[in-house]
Ligand binder design. Structure first.
Ligand SMILES: Nc1ncnc2c1ncn2[C@@H]1O[C@H](COP(=O)(O)OP(=O)(O)OP(=O)(O)O)[C@@H](O)[C@H]1O
Ligand SMILES: [Mg+2]
Length: 260
């Protein structure tokens, strides 16, 4: 709701993601990419539709069950990173583990290890205000990974970073996917990253207008080439194929994500 009016941001998304998949989400600013991630991660609730995670319908969970689910199973890297300003980098990364009642010693050990992976071993005691934008983003990334989430939802995770640091983080994503089977949805405007992920979703005007798996037949409406830049105007052409979905006044968001 906005200003007392119902505002349709997502207008019918039907999506199934298998455990261990890595997907990019591309689309113009305002297409609904962040909103989709928030809904998949249960930060925002859909006005209609369901989200099934590992066979469990999240819409039947109580708020406290949802909070526990989010803390344990989902790692978020937000577009704006939301670090706690009064805590150090190390403490920020430890926080989900402490909330999960891990021992502080174990939490600190894991947090230190992740901060080293993202190149911040010499910034452990800095508060967010004493870190650059990219450094804050890397702290948020380490925090998202501290509990080895089953599902990582990342909103332009390397948007503020130089190409070398970005590449290091992309390598980390692939390593986590390989070693832990982490499922990943990554919103990105980085064409290099989008190309390197096995499956690409394209959004326009609150709809899913493309779903391409590298090396496979196109299985959705998109007629954009696989390597089109994130902001290519292909959105408009693809949209026509989706009118039946768009015409449903409040089409449900239906999504299935893998087992915990
Ligand atoms: N809390 C809100 N209240 C009202 N409208 C909102 C709210 N959040 C998002 N919107 C609107 O929903 C649409 C989709 O927003 P969203 O943040 O999902 O876009 P996006 O694809 O992530 O864009 P960007 O690439 O700029 O981050 C936008 O038009 C935005 O103005
Ligand atoms: Mg966004």
């Amino acid at each position: 709701m906005h200003g007392g009016r119902r505002l349709e941001v997502l207008r019918g998304i039907d999506l199934t993601i298998a455990q261990g998949e890595m997907l990019s989400i591309v689309g113009r600013s305002g297409a609904g990419k962040s909103t989709l991630l928030h809904i998949l991660g249960t930060i925002d609730l859909p006005s209609a539709g369901r989200i099934i995670f590992g066979g469990r319908d999240l819409s039947t969970m109580s708020p406290s069950q949802l909070a526990a689910f989010r803390n344990k199973s989902v790692g978020f890297i937000f577009q704006f990173h939301h670090l706690l300003p009064e805590f150090s980098a190390l403490e920020n990364v430890m926080m989900p583990a402490l909330i999960h009642r891990q021992s502080p010693r174990k939490a600190a050990e894991k947090a230190r290890e992740l901060l080293e992976v993202v190149g911040l071993q010499s910034r452990l005691d800095h508060r967010p205000g004493e870190l650059s934008g990219g450094e804050q983003q890397r702290v948020a990334l380490a925090r998202a990974l501290v509990l080895n989430p089953k599902l990582l939802l990342a909103d332009e995770p390397t948007g503020n970073l130089d190409s070398e640091t970005s590449r290091g983080i992309h390598d980390l994503f692939f390593r986590l996917n390989r070693e832990l089977g982490t499922t990943m949805l990554i919103v990105t405007h980085n064409p290099e990253l989008a190309r390197s992920l096995p499956r690409a979703l394209r959004m326009a005007d609150g709809l899913l207008v493309g779903d391409e798996t590298a090396g496979a037949e196109q299985n959705d409406a998109a007629d954009a080439p696989a390597d089109a830049p994130a902001d290519a105007p292909a959105d408009e052409a693809a949209k026509d194929d989706e009118t039946d979905k768009a015409e449903q006044p409040s089409a449900p968001a239906e999504a299935e994500v893998p087992a915990p």
